[in-house]
Each structure stands twice: as structure tokens, then as C-alpha cells.
Design a protein. Sequence first.
Length: 175
Amino acid sequence: MVGGGHGDSVGGGAPPARIYLTGRVLVEHEDVVRDEASLPGRLGRLLFCFLVLNHGQPLARHELVKAGWGESVPDVVDASLNALMSKLRRFLDGVGLNGAVAIESSFGSYRLLLPAGSWVDIDQAELSFHEAEAAARNADMPSLYAGALVAGAVAGQLRVEPAVGQHQRRVAQPA
């Protein structure tokens, strides 16, 4: 499992999902694959990526609004956010994840819960980067190369929009 430090996951023994945020946004779960064309437009893609980057963590509505709309917040942002969250839940339903369970809403926040063992490419890149750092400290050149290769391959594919780009830096820059 990648991203074990991201908090809770969906229970019930649901099979893990694979999520790609680099290159084309893509979700694989069991035998179903859906790409970003199935997401509700640019804002839906932005919010989905932001939720995935922070999976397991509660995100306040104002954080989601800032990630999606930046400083150009429409007057009807609450209704727009509610509608987008409903559409993201339907997107997850379409890949066989229970969207109502996967996107939890409580006390003015949302939280994406992925099945245990789920894999996210950016989480894998971050893990590989840290493994490469550890290998470098131990002069383990084969492991250093393997970790750096994976981290570099994923980082080279990044094309997440600027509103969620701050999370790219956790992969692209050393800690």
C-alpha cells in the first residue's frame, strides 16, 4: 500500500483502487477503468485531484473552494461545490467505489476514503524518493537508482493544475 500516512480508508474489505494523477487522470478499480473525461469538467478534475492528494484527511469547504476557484469565487459557490461533490460521488460509483461512503461529509468538511491497499502514483513517487534518499545514505547504488528512477518517472509526468500544484512540490523537492 502507498500513502499509509494519509489516514483512514474505506472499510468492508473493498478491493484496492489505483489512481493516476500524473499524465491523464485515471482510476482503476477491479475491472473498471475511468479517465478524466468522465469527471465533471475542469473544476471536477481539480477537486478530485485535490481530494486524492489529501486522501484520508478532512478538507474544509474553504480549502476546496480555494483549490477549485482560487481567488475568483462565484456568489453561488456553496451550491456549485455541493453539485460537484455529488458528481464526484457518481464518478466513484461508476468505478465500483461507493461514492457516498468514499467521499465523507461532516461538520463543513469533506474527506476522501480509499479502500485499504489503494495505490496513488504521486504517493508512490514520494515513497520512492524517500527510499532513494535512504539508499544514498547507505551507499546502496542499485536501490538508489531504482527509487530515483520511479520518482523521476512520475515527477516527469506531472500536469496537475496550479491550484493543487503545491502538492507537486512534496515530490519534486527534497525534504
